[in-house]
Design a protein around this ligand. Structure first.
Ligand SMILES: Cc1cc2nc3c(=O)[nH]c(=O)nc-3n(C[C@H](O)[C@H](O)[C@H](O)COP(=O)(O)OP(=O)(O)OC[C@H]3O[C@@H](n4cnc5c(N)ncnc54)[C@H](O)[C@@H]3O)c2cc1C
Length: 523
């Protein structure tokens, strides 16, 4: 627990998923004093924890060039070749050295004890390392265990970053205007005490994950409210490609499912999509029918839902597969059964869901943003690898590589000299008269954001929808900003403020881009 209102460290990492933890481990092992914060009560709560499929490595008949080609194709022509090349050439060795040998992630192995590789859609080679259907959980737990043993890493849960501390913005010294703008830490909310504290750091890193929670349907957990995108924007860092939101075709539709992912591998094993009255429909949309690419399937499901006025479609595996469903999909079988859906006997209600943000805070090959001493790693960042769309299972690897590279870069160029006096930076000023927060208002605002994003900035976009979405979100943002300035600070207020700002950024980017490409599908 942070005891004082001020903390000091060499590196502040905001977020404890694969990207943040990898960075913290590397920097701390080189002697830097590192603070990692997570706004959730549990350190492992993150998108990383819920990743099911796996992480890209290098299969037996694989080459870096094959992986580069697959990623460039998925990115629809606008991936950054330099970043893609780093991922394809450096990634597999890092997986082996860092995840397998060092932190000891228990990836699935063959009977001979060799690492087992899976193949996923749009990959030309069998190259995905996995751990049954809970890969993310195994990675996250191994990293936490390793980080917990390092003396220089201080891991704090229940701490929400509110805003990056930057100069000249936060400085009371008028002469600071002549200095190069830079990040110097963050204001953070101690959730339990409901008090704002300051963390001063020589370097700061956003590792805050994605923004899926700004959509009505998403596979992302509650922490993915887009905080890092919004904080970077408020601090003046550059963001790119925000319109490219990848949707996953099949998440479980049930009031208590909370976006639980139904693996695409089910369709690979024969499962078919059908309307609520049990009529298969994918043949009408693609010659590949149920095996069409992720985007096409998402759009087809969305079309069926919109044209029929249905809230979901069915995915039927029970009637179409020869495999032992329970053995192949144990986690999905158990989860559905716990909600009263027996996938051995009947179809699964599914809906597409916002899954991954391809864009974000622009970074170079070392994770540096456009703002001095601010780094960004993982899903919140945009290395350019994903271009207009993401190749499955590349995001965990991107988080690992850029986490490690950013940690190495800071350690190698560490400069402790402060170009400001701490006394220039004022403590947090709460409003004179704090307003109590009414959760009903917050819930309603979230509902408006999520349905606006889903209906107007969703899977199939039109200029008219985007124009309407942008206007509605812009009105909401003004109202929420006004409320934020008067509110007693609580995590739910911060989530809402970041959620609306990030949603609006996505809507603005989508409205400005008139080229239908990749995950930005304009009708
Ligand atoms: C269901 C699901 C399945 C997936 N399957 C795969 C897969 O098989 N392969 C693959 O490569 N990718 C997969 N992905 C994507 C992948 O999991 C993510 O892109 C990746 O884990 C992101 O890692 P990260 O470290 O950037 O962020 P995260 O793992 O999301 O971590 C972000 C952290 O930041 C914290 N945080 C956020 N805001 C604040 C704040 N204001 N203050 C303090 N802390 C904050 C969060 O609580 C969280 O701990 C999947 C995603 C989901 C949701």
């Amino acid at each position: 627990m942070v005891k004082n209102k001020k903390q000091y460290c060499d590196l502040l990492v905001i977020g404890s998923g694969i990207a943040g933890l990898s960075m913290a481990i590397v920097a701390a092992e080189q002697g830097l004093d590192v603070i990692v914060i997570n706004k959730e009560a549990s350190l492992d709560e993150s998108n990383t924890y819920y990743a099911q499929g796996g992480i890209v490595s290098r299969g037996k008949d694989d080459t870096p060039q094959l992986l580069i080609d697959d990623i460039m194709q998925a990115g629809d022509g606008i991936s950054n070749l330099e970043a893609v090349t780093i991922l394809a050439t450096e990634g597999p060795a890092l997986v082996e050295e860092f995840l397998v040998k060092k932190v000891g992630v228990p990836f699935s192995r063959s009977e001979k004890g060799e690492l087992a590789y899976a193949k996923e859609a749009s990959h030309s080679s069998r190259r995905i390392l996995y751990s049954k259907d809970t890969t993310g959980r195994q990675i996250e737990e191994s990293l936490i265990q390793w980080a917990g043993k390092i003396e220089h890493i201080h891991l704090f849960t229940n701490y929400t970053a509110i805003d990056l501390l930057t100069i000249p913005h936060h400085s009371t010294n008028p002469l600071s205007l002549y200095r190069e703008p830079q990040a110097i830490g963050a204001y953070v909310l101690n959730n339990a005490a409901e008090k704002v504290e300051m963390i001063f750091s020589s370097y700061t890193c956003l590792a805050t994950g994605g923004l899926g929670r700004t959509y009505l349907h998403t596979t992302n957990p509650a922490c993915a409210t887009g905080d890092g995108f919004a904080m970077a924007d408020r601090a003046g860092a550059r963001l790119i490609n925000m319109e490219y939101i990848q949707f996953h075709p099949t998440s479980l539709f049930h009031k208590d499912a909370d976006g639980f992912l139904i693996s695409e591998a089910m369709r690979g094993e024969g499962a078919r999509l059908m309307t609520k009255d049990h009529v298969p429909f994918m043949e009408r949309y693609s010659p590949l029918a149920d095996l069409a690419p992720r985007d096409e399937v998402s759009r087809a499901i969305y079309e069926e839902m919109i044209s029929r006025g249905d809230a979901y479609v069915y995915l039927d595996i029970a009637s179409y597969t020869q495999i032992d469903i329970k053995k192949r999909f144990p986690h999905i079988y158990e989860k559905c059964l716990s909600l009263g859906i027996d996938i051995l006997k009947g179809p699964i209600p599914v809906v597409p869901a916002a899954h991954y943000s391809c864009g974000g805070v622009q970074v170079d090959s070392w994770g540096r943003t456009s703002l001095k001493n601010l780094y960004a790693v993982g899903e919140v960042s945009a290395t350019g690898i994903h271009g207009a769309n993401r190749l499955a299972s590349t995001s965990l690897l991107e988080g690992l590589i850029w986490g490690v590279k950013a940690g190495q870069h800071i350690a190698a160029h560490f400069d402790k000299e402060k170009l400001y006096k701490e006394s220039e930076i004022p403590a947090w000023q709460p409003p004179e008269k704090e307003e109590e927060v009414d959760p009903a208002l917050i819930q309603q605002d979230w509902l408006s954001i999520k349905s606006t994003m889903w209906n107007y900035v969703g899977i199939i976009r039109t200029i008219k929808r985007l124009e309407r979405g942008r206007a509605d979100l812009s009105y909401l943002r003004n109202r929420i900003d006004d409320f934020y300035r008067r509110a007693h600070l609580a995590p739910m207020v911060l989530d809402l403020r970041n959620g609306i700002q990030t949603a609006l950024m996505v809507a603005e980017a989508a409205f400005s881009n008139r080229n239908s490409r990749g995950a930005h599908f304009l009708e």
